[in-house]
Design a protein around this ligand. Sequence first.
Ligand code: MGD
Ligand code: MGD
Ligand code: SF4
Ligand code: MO
Length: 707
Amino acid sequence: MMKDHEKIYRSVCRICHGGCGALLTVREGRLVKVAPDTHSPFNRGRMCIKGPATPEMMYHPSRLLSPLKRVGARGSNQWEKVSWDVALSDIAGRMDRIRSESGPESITIGQGTGRHHYMHTVRFANTLGTPNWYEPGLANCFIPRITVSRLTYGGFVVADYYGDIKPKTILFWGHNPLVSGPDGELAFPVRRALDAGSYGIAVDPRRSETAKHCKMWLPIRPGTDCALALAMIHVIIREGIYDKEFVEKWTVGFDKLSDHVTDCSPQWAQAITGVLAQDTVEAAKRYAMEKPSVLEWGVSIEQNPNSLQTVRALSLLRGLTGNIDIPGGDIFGMEIIRPYPVLKNLLPEGMNAKRIGSDTFKLLSGPRAYLPSAHIPGLFRAMRTGDPYRIRALLIFGSNPMVTVANTREVYESLLKLDLLVVTDLFMTPTAALADYVLPAALWPEVNQLMEIPLVAGNAVIAQQKVVQVGECRPCEEIMIDLAKRLNLPGAEETLESILNYRLEPLGVTFEELKSKHIIFPPHEYYKFEKKGFRTPSRKVELYCKSLERAGYDALPTFKEPPESPDSQPELAKTFPYVLTTGSRRSEFFHSEHRQIESLRRRRPYPIAEIHPATAEPHGIGAGDWITVSSPRGRIRMRAEVTDDIRRGVVNVDHGWWFPEKEGPDFGVWESNANLLTSNAAPYDPAFGSYQLRGLLCSIEKIDAAG
Ligand SMILES: Nc1nc2c(c(=O)[nH]1)N[C@H]1C(S)=C(S)[C@@H](COP(=O)(O)OP(=O)(O)OC[C@H]3O[C@@H](n4cnc5c(=O)[nH]c(N)nc54)[C@H](O)[C@@H]3O)O[C@H]1N2
Ligand SMILES: Nc1nc2c(c(=O)[nH]1)N[C@H]1C(S)=C(S)[C@@H](COP(=O)(O)OP(=O)(O)OC[C@H]3O[C@@H](n4cnc5c(=O)[nH]c(N)nc54)[C@H](O)[C@@H]3O)O[C@H]1N2
Ligand code: SF4
Ligand SMILES: [Mo]
């Protein structure tokens, strides 16, 4: 029951990429409870375990509460508290000096994945005049899926769980949305669809939480997804089960594609992927014939150096079967509000060419990329070596590259070379501990923002409202606006609220008004292509993609064996005989976060490596044993989980591990961090610069009791 001195606010959780409707109980200025909103069309009264843990995050004793300035040597983890004014005027002064001495491009703006301030960070970089901003996803997360969707059928699509007609078949590909949503959609509608009878097929080396709710599990060898997708295309074409009318009227390049996949039989794919040919045929038939079907694809298809063509092959499945823009299929976003004003035009034209990676990775860093950003390996190299020019300053808003970027050792060496490192975060992290200034960020109930859901599609808009304030914490948007004012940057006069109002104008509401309405979710419009065609140069689905050809990339997808795999490096595989995949998401944590949140950590106290009993047995490894997992680059300690729910010979390790309870500045970052095993070296995907985080080689060993 609500008490007099309590107030309940409706908002939207943003601990992960966000989207669950949340009820926030505030008592005497303090957030005391976060509960799921039963009226939310998305989570309908449910939440994952992280949502209700918000008050624990908010008032955690180690939360950063005021700006800190480094006093000892860099990385000595000695700080003094300073006022915002002292911190920001010193930071702005140093940025100004670096900008005039070495050009704005020598300042990089970094950020984490999908935060509320995501687009404001891009805006800040543009107005500062630097082409170099990044986040640790991008090349390896989401940009390939978004870009390829735009090239192939003119826009990003999401599964339609909300209309009268529901998906009959759901093909989950390298994606575990019951745990990891949303990269598009939240977990709950997916779960409702599966419970209501949608036929699930999971392509995953693990029998993931999602795979456990599916009728079919295809345990693929990591890194070989493109081959399996091509085999499904082969089956769909050879069996004549593609949507003939749709293909005829609404696609280009069918004959070329058909010729191209002639040799990609399910048997050919079986030898590469390990997926049984008959399962490939069955899955392809289901997807093509038991319509409407949706393809829920995940980040696994992007964490390899053939990401463009892997994502392309998968995108073609939608086009061939006509499962786009139809009720219960994969649908385009309605984009009901204006895009965030990132002030792209303020970036001087010449700066596009200076963006690290722009000459090589056109679809990540080129001027016409969807969201041009710098290529991370090149950026960190520029910090270390000054090639092609020195990156002297890095301002990070909510990211922990010491844990989340491949090759931690190099990240560390790069950060130490900077003249200025500023990290804005909720907690002290192994990255923040290396900074000159650490600034305290606001947590989601301390922020006014708009949440568009499903992600990127933006079919609904929800008000996220500030209901409390802790210490001196500030939203990143406000910190950037303050810095922009001190640096006299264009656009600095606009408040966050005026930006939110500008975005909402097409809906005829202000942010204040949306707070009381809470959500706007208009009915969906299907079959838009029938009136306007697809938003591609041919107005059709581009099975054969001329735009890619013009940009110098293959117009049709081809499988390439990952550069590090048992097949491509048989010699190395003698020492490192297993296939390593990293980073499968866990409900308790968001990437490197939440290890200090007791209620979550208690449920998953240790970093886990999952292995099959047949893989564990020759090493004498039993459940719960500590083991080392080694790759050609490093070695980490994990607890073994011995399980049949993983393909034999595959080792799946958690990513994101450090130990906030251990002493800084390292906080145990060199012990169990998956990115000590990964590589950021070439070869890269030629369009996106993606590199291998999944499907690498590794070995395992039991640590004896004494070790
Ligand atoms: N080996 C391996 N590495 C991976 C992956 C993998 O699968 N395998 N996945 C990659 C992918 S897809 C991604 S997207 C990246 C993610 O990489 P990051 O975005 O760097 O991941 P996080 O650990 O979430 O780091 C976010 C930091 O921001 C802080 N934070 C949270 N909310 C806020 C806020 O509102 N404001 C501010 N200022 N700070 C905030 C958190 O405390 C945390 O320290 O990791 C990548 N790294
Ligand atoms: N709780 C929680 N939710 C999150 C995040 C988080 O850290 N925690 N991170 C967010 C972010 S930034 C992202 S990108 C998304 C990612 O979310 P997802 O796209 O679901 O990605 P993962 O959970 O990393 O991997 C999905 C599945 O791919 C399988 N897999 C591993 N390697 C391969 C492979 O080579 N091929 C195939 N086919 N499958 C493979 C794994 O076993 C796993 O079950 O999650 C988002 N949501
Ligand atoms: S799924 Fe994401 S938005 Fe929903 S409660 Fe969990 S962390 Fe919050
Ligand atoms: Mo991501």
